[in-house]
Ligand binder design. Structure first.
Ligand code: ATP
Length: 406
């Protein structure tokens, strides 16, 4: 189980979660629905002003976690603190949170102005203050000109901005966002991802964001909690979850995994060597594993260098031999899949910098050597989520598809 404070993050207002009180703290939180364990023993600290994302596949428990923070669900066990105060028993409308859902849930008969003003009216805020706050929030989300329109006169992206303004106008301490861009098309989603990040920096409040889209999480977050089967596998910066995945699940869920099975051959501190099942013994960060332990090593596709067998450009670097299984032109890069002697496949991405270089790349059936810098290989542990999967009757981790294949 990971605690958020293990990483320093790079969240805007956050110093170090250990030094200041976290904005949101989950302390050994579990949620059971009958026999089903939706969330198990979750420990998480979200820093003040941090853009924090819960990322994972469908059914991993991220929405349940968000709903417990919002007060729409009660934990079966554990404590949730917001700004240091235990929120147990507080209904959602008494919590210093607001939620933005995938469905915008706007009132169709009310104008944009009236939709955004709704919460403040219920709180009996004065008319002049409401007018000022509504206008400045609509300005912030770029909808000042649409203030008198009705929701059905707006695009999906504009409606979601109204929903965002309606939440922000209440000045929540924590904004909870449950797949808010999920209903939008890809181009609009990408534009709004950047805009959401800008708005979060501008308002400076804590965002807890739920998505199953790894690219979205990498683009927007200060830190990401990667979840699987009700547990957190890793809490880290986007760069670290991609470059230094902690478990086989994280390596497979974020990007192309390129997992090579092997055994730790020597370990001294963080460095050591791993005997790959495909033959060679190579240097690696051993991730706290000891001699003789089984593990997987990961090298990301863009970190692999490919050359014809017998070439010399990878001399002195760790390497494996294999045979090209396929080569596909992807526009900006060429994706080459190489089969190793132990039948594991690795994917290599080669940037298409020049036509001449691309013409020299090895094609199907060619014997090749793959090499990499020792800094770019990482040993990962088995995913801890298998235990919960077994309890819930889901496939065991070892029964899941081999993610080393692209
Ligand atoms: P998605 O991306 O599909 O929304 P998720 O990661 O947000 O998935 P949750 O919605 O948190 O997952 O669900 C976690 C597990 O709990 C799932 O197996 C789901 O079926 C189950 N679950 C969620 N809500 C309930 C409920 N009210 N009653 C019973 N089971 C539930």
């Amino acid at each position: 189980m990971e605690r958020g404070s293990e990483s320093d993050g790079h969240g805007g207002a956050q110093a170090s979660p250990a030094e200041i009180e976290p904005s949101v703290r989950l302390n050994r939180v579990s949620k059971h629905f009958g026999d089903l364990i939706a969330v198990q023993d979750l420990d998480l600290d979200v820093g003040r002003g941090e853009f924090f994302t819960l990322l994972g596949p469908s059914g991993c428990g991220k929405t349940t976690t968000l709903r417990m923070v919002a007060g729409f669900e009660q934990p079966t066990a554990g404590r949730i603190l917001i700004d240091g105060a235990d929120v147990a028993g507080l209904p959602s409308y008494r919590r210093p949170t607001n939620t933005v859902f995938q469905s915008y849930a706007l009132f169709p008969h009310l104008s944009v102005r009236e939709n955004v003003a709704f919460g403040l009216r219920r709180k009996k805020v004065s008319k002049s203050e409401i007018a000022g706050r509504v206008e400045s929030e609509l300005e912030r989300v770029g909808l000042a000109a649409e203030i008198n329109r009705k929701p059905n006169q707006l695009s999906g992206g504009q409606q979601q901005r109204v929903a965002l303004a309606r939440a922000l106008v209440n000045l929540p301490k924590v904004l909870l966002l449950d797949e808010p861009l999920g209903a939008l098309d890809l181009k609009l989603r990408k534009g709004l991802q950047l805009e959401l990040k800008r708005i979060q920096r501008d308002v400076g409040i804590t965002f807890v964001y739920v998505t199953h889209d790894q690219e979205e999480a990498l683009t927007m977050s200060d830190r990401i909690a990667v979840m699987s089967n009700g547990i957190v596998e890793q809490v880290d910066t986007p760069e670290n979850v991609y470059e230094r995945p902690g478990t086989t699940f994280v390596a497979g869920f974020i990007g192309v995994s390129n997992l090579m099975p092997g055994t730790i051959a020597s370990a001294s501190g963080d460095r050591g060597t791993i005997r790959l099942d495909s033959g060679p013994e190579v240097e690696a960060h051993v991730n706290g594993l000891a001699n003789g332990e089984r593990c997987h090593a990961v090298v990301r596709p863009e970190k692999l260098r490919i050359e014809h067998a017998g070439g010399s450009s990878g001399d002195g670097m760790p390497s494996v031999d294999g045979v090209v299984e396929s080569s596909v032109y992807l526009g900006t890069s060429t994706q080459i899949v190489v089969r190793l002697p132990d039948d594991v496949t690795l994917t290599v991405l080669v940037p298409n910098a020049s036509e001449a270089e691309r013409a020299r790349l090895p094609g199907g059936g060619a014997p090749v050597r793959l090499s990499w810098s020792p800094d770019h290989i990482h040993v990962v542990r088995e995913s801890a989520a298998a235990t919960i999967a077994n309890t819930n009757g889901a496939p065991r981790q070892e029964e899941l598809p081999q993610t080393a294949t692209a």
